[in-house]
Design a protein around this ligand. Structure first.
Ligand code: SF4
Length: 531
């Protein structure tokens, strides 16, 4: 029986049907359909043994678990539906993790703002923290420590801005400590203090200087969701609205990555996701991809997983060495794999906004090349069987109406791009953390048009993407899920039409990929056509 229980709410304790992208569904409210329908579609519950040990758990929790186990502390990840076995009673410390505790990150604020309802991640997190056995254990002295990327949502700074957050934290009796930053090393100190009954810091921010060195990061002991394996941390592009960029860049050596892939393989996981804020930067000390580092990494991943996906990549990195993607395609798309997915922050169609808010995003190219780089990267991706989710940011403090028009124009250029375009409200993070949230009441007519375009593009491209996503999945269960998702897309299309949200591109407007660019090695980037 562990003294230290590590857990998260039900929306995160899921493999999202083996498709990380479906995790986006947990950031929406339960709109018209009941919550159970969303759970089936987007966050089916993770299988676990009779003690509540999940077969797979989110990577962040597995890392914290490994740090504590390495230090000799009796700690385990426990499914939230099994917390009653340990509370009140056995558990002395509960560590809480999440992606977006209160639904305050960009996708959740966008969906919740538009639909005027609480997102599912918030509903489930609050439900877990209000479980009678959790509340009772806390009342009897169990310490609750919250960490992870969304820890900022529970701090005094957020509570002073959002009354409902303050009310919720008070209702559940508060958190004993909130830890922001990379806690791989520090978690051992704070948990030891909690177990000894010593006072804990109510709120601690671990600075980038305190970030663990690569050799201090533990190797996970048990399997991660969808075989996710971290290959590095940090990003050097310096976008003003992003908190990742404040972290130092570090890359895992191949043997450390392989050790975690072995853990997943031993658990029977056959599909894996390589995680970094830019997978193509692997092993690079600057913004130039290193082919001699990346190709061995891809070969290693393919040795352990039948299907390999990526978490994130940047447009400029892809276009700096466009010849690299076909080589990676040849390594990954073998056996049963015929495609892979990735998330890309495309952010805007405006070169002016790139200069004002994220000049590093386009390096080593010029900001004026940005829209062309995006459309060319779209062709490069689809031509190499990569089907991404592309995020755009709406309501940045530096944004003008002309910037919005340029993003709408970019959407027209991307009309045949097999991808999902996801516009998201600005959230004050990174160097802009003192600014105000962008919310539904601030949305202009132009921005409404932008959301309508993205929705229409999504409805148009979702069915072909569904065919691709499920083409290597056989069996009745997969057929049933595919039919359910197909029905869900039809339902969204019906609602969008009914509410007048469909926005087609202007007649005759096509993707414009005529002007080849010059990248730093003076190799002309090919003009690539979308199929
Ligand atoms: S490129 Fe992405 S991860 Fe890097 S700083 Fe910009 S938004 Fe953050």
């Amino acid at each position: 029986m562990p003294e230290v229980v590590i857990t998260c709410d039900w929306t995160l304790m899921s493999d999202h049907h083996g498709k990380e992208f479906l995790g986006f569904g947990t950031t929406t409210p339960a709109f018209i359909l009941p919550e159970a329908a969303y759970r089936r579609l987007f966050y089916p519950t993770m299988r676990c043994d009779e003690e509540g040990h999940p077969e797979q758990a989110s990577y962040g929790m597995r890392k914290i678990e490994a740090s504590l186990l390495d230090a000799g502390i009796d700690a385990r990840v426990i499914h939230p539906s099994y917390l009653h076995r340990y509370m009140p009673g056995e558990a002395k410390v509960m560590l809480v993790s999440g992606h977006d505790y209160l639904g305050l990150n960009p996708p959740s604020t966008t969906f919740a703002g538009i639909m005027k309802k609480e997102p599912l991640n918030r509903v489930n997190f609050m439900r877990m923290m209000r479980l009678p056995h959790v509340v009772e254990a806390h009342r009897r002295g169990m310490k609750i420590i919250a960490g992870g990327m969304p820890a900022w949502q529970l701090t005094e700074a957020t509570r002073s801005k959002l009354q409902w957050v303050d009310d919720f934290v008070k209702e559940i009796g508060g958190f004993d400590s909130i830890v922001e930053g990379e806690a791989d090393v520090y978690v051992v100190d704070i948990v030891k203090k909690a177990l000894r009954g010593e006072p804990l810091p109510p709120h601690l921010v671990l600075t980038p200087k305190e970030a663990p060195k690569m050799e201090q990061i533990a190797t996970m002991r048990y399997a991660s969701v969808n075989g996710l394996t971290e290959i590095g941390r940090g990003c050097c592009r310096g976008c003003s609205f992003c908190s990742v960029t404040t972290r130092p860049t570090r890359w895992y050596p191949l043997d450390k990555i392989e050790a975690e892939m072995k853990v997943n393989q031993a658990a029977g996981i056959t599909e894996g996701l390589l995680h970094s804020d830019d997978v193509l930067f692997y092993g690079s000390p600057n913004i130039m991809p290193r082919e001699e580092k990346i190709l061995p990494l891809m070969s290693l991943a393919k040795k352990y997983y039948e299907h390999v996906g990526w978490s994130h990549v940047a447009v400029a990195t892809l276009m700096t060495k466009p010849n690299l993607l076909p080589k990676i395609h040849d390594i990954l798309c073998q056996g049963t794999q015929s495609w892979w997915g990735v998330e890309i922050g495309m952010e805007t169609g405006s070169s002016r906004l790139i200069t004002a808010a994220m000049p590093g995003k386009v390096a080593p190219f010029k900001a004026s090349q940005w829209p062309e780089l995006v459309t060319q990267s779209a062709g490069l991706l689809n031509d190499n069987s990569v089907y991404p989710a592309c995020t755009f940011i709406v309501g940045l403090p530096q944004e003008t109406e002309d910037d919005v028009i340029r993003t709408i124009d970019l959407f027209d250029d991307l009309w045949d791009f097999k991808a999902i375009l996801v516009p998201m409200f600005f959230v004050p993070l990174g160097r802009l953390n003192q600014r105000d949230w962008f919310n539904r009441d601030m949305v202009t007519e132009r921005q409404k048009e932008l959301f309508g375009k993205a929705l229409t593009h999504g409805i148009r491209q979702s069915k072909p993407l569904l065919d691709i996503f499920f083409e290597d999945k056989k069996g009745g269960a997969h057929r049933a899920y595919k039919a359910a998702f197909s029905g869900f897309i039809d339902f969204i299309g019906f609602i969008a039409k009914y509410k007048g949200l469909i926005h087609e591109p202007e007649k005759g407007r096509h993707h414009s990929m005529e002007s080849p660019l010059q990248h730093p090695e003076q190799i002309p980037i090919p003009t690539i056509t979308l199929r």
